[in-house]
Design a protein around this ligand. Structure first.
Ligand SMILES: *Cc1c(COP(=O)(O)O)cnc(C)c1O
Length: 390
């Protein structure tokens, strides 16, 4: 028996207590890590009635799966949550759950690149019609609707260039057209924005990033509204998907410090974004928290003025200079993924990834700001700028 319902308390208290039930586990603070395929039944009748039992097979539920999915469902204010082995699987699963052959699927032009590849290579083969939209299109997305609109997919802000979409306007247009909506909410996490109570059907999270937070986990979650939860649960079961036991354990552990980490990532990233903005070798900083960013007002309205630690900047220089800058970094690592404790940098490849809004500006460098001392990171960037332009 839980001593209190964490969901009725403040977010910090929720993060410390959600998904835990010590009274069910001999008083231990954390749930047991049960590695399981088989669950034994008392008799044949129990075996035949397994559909109504809490645990019947390791693929569908264990105390550990339950702990993390219960915690995420509460944080997301959703009807239910499923876990998958990667953030990319958290993108593909709800699309496959919702789409039907012939459906139009609308995807923002700044979407996470592997989402675009999945749409172009797999969804088109299954007979779906893919339309890429300008992430800043807002209510005008209606002008792109053609035939049966199946899904309006959103990502906020979008990958690499961080344009902030008008989520309520897109959701209203989708609802009018009878489409379902899904939001890749990896940047904000449900600590900053909760998609489901804002009318979005599927909330996608690459737990690999801030939930895990230590660059040692691949996991994804999809939380659903009551309207689509049965379909999501059914498709997840039919596809045989589940996250690994160790990954679930590490994600549950990461969740406990996620609030603290996210606040620190936010503060450090904003300090560095403002420092970059003042440089003459930076053409533009791509971060919705900056007052002159085109999505600033919408970001403030919908994300309550809260940000995480990932943003980009356009270099006032050539691609060669951008590569020289990156190659000169000593503290920042060059690598994919983000959301961990350590800072990373990468050159965004925008050429082939944008069709509705081609990118003609200068090279874009993406920064993931970790938990290091911001002054050390700025010193590292400063010496790299000097190496690139020297
Ligand atoms: C990283 C990322 C994903 C995919 O997560 P993986 O666990 O690496 O598969 C999905 N969406 C966004 C926005 C991401 O940044």
């Amino acid at each position: 028996m839980a001593r209190f319902d964490p969901k009725t308390k403040a977010l910090k208290t929720q993060l410390a207590h959600l998904g835990r039930n010590p009274d069910e586990h001999f008083g231990f603070v954390n749930p047991p890590v049960i590695r399981a395929s088989t669950v034994l039944f008392e008799n044949t009748a129990a075996m035949e009635g397994r559909a109504s039992s809490r645990y019947s097979y390791g693929l569908t539920n264990t105390p550990l799966i339950e702990a993390l999915t219960d915690a995420i469902t509460a944080l997301e204010d959703a009807a239910g949550t499923v876990l998958v082995p990667s953030g990319l699987a958290a993108v593909t699963l709800p699309i496959l759950a919702a789409a039907e052959p012939g459906d139009q699927i609308l995807i923002p032009d700044n979407v996470y690149w592997p989402t675009r590849r999945f749409a172009d290579e797999t969804l088109t083969r299954l007979g779906m019609r893919i339309t890429y939209y300008d992430p800043l299109i807002g209510a005008d997305i209606r002008s792109l609707f053609e035939g049966k609109v199946g899904i309006v997919f959103l990502e906020a802000p979008g990958s690499n260039t961080f344009e902030m979409p008008d989520i309520p306007a897109l959701v209203d247009a989708a609802r009018e057209a009878g489409a379902v909506t899904m939001l890749d909410n990896t940047w904000a996490t449900p600590l900053i924005y909760k998609p489901v109570p804002n009318g979005i059907d599927y909330s996608i999270q690459a737990g690999t990033k801030y939930f895990g937070g230590h660059a040692d986990v691949l996991i994804g979650s999809v939380a659903a509204s009551a309207r689509v939860w049965p379909r999501l649960k059914e498709t997840h079961r039919n596809m045989g998907l589940q996250a690994g036991t160790e990954e679930i354990f590490l994600t549950l552990r990461g969740l406990r410090s996620m609030g603290l980490r996210l606040a620190e990532h936010e503060k450090n990233a904003l300090e560095i974004a403002q420092w970059l903005k003042a440089r003459s070798d930076v053409a533009r900083v791509l971060h919705p928290a900056l007052p002159d960013d085109p999505g600033h007002a919408i970001w403030k309205r919908d994300f309550g003025g809260r940000a995480s630690g990932l943003f980009g900047f356009e270099l006032a220089g050539s691609k060669e200079q951008a590569a020289r800058l990156l190659d000169s970094l000593k503290i920042f690592g060059l690598g994919f993924s983000w959301g961990g404790f350590e800072s990373l940098a990468a050159l965004a490849n925008l050429g082939p990834t944008r069709t509705a809004t081609p990118w003609s500006a200068g090279p874009v460098i993406r920064l993931q700001i970790g938990l290091e001392e911001p002054k050390d990171l700025m010193d590292d960037l400063d010496q790299a700028f000097r190496a690139a332009f020297g």
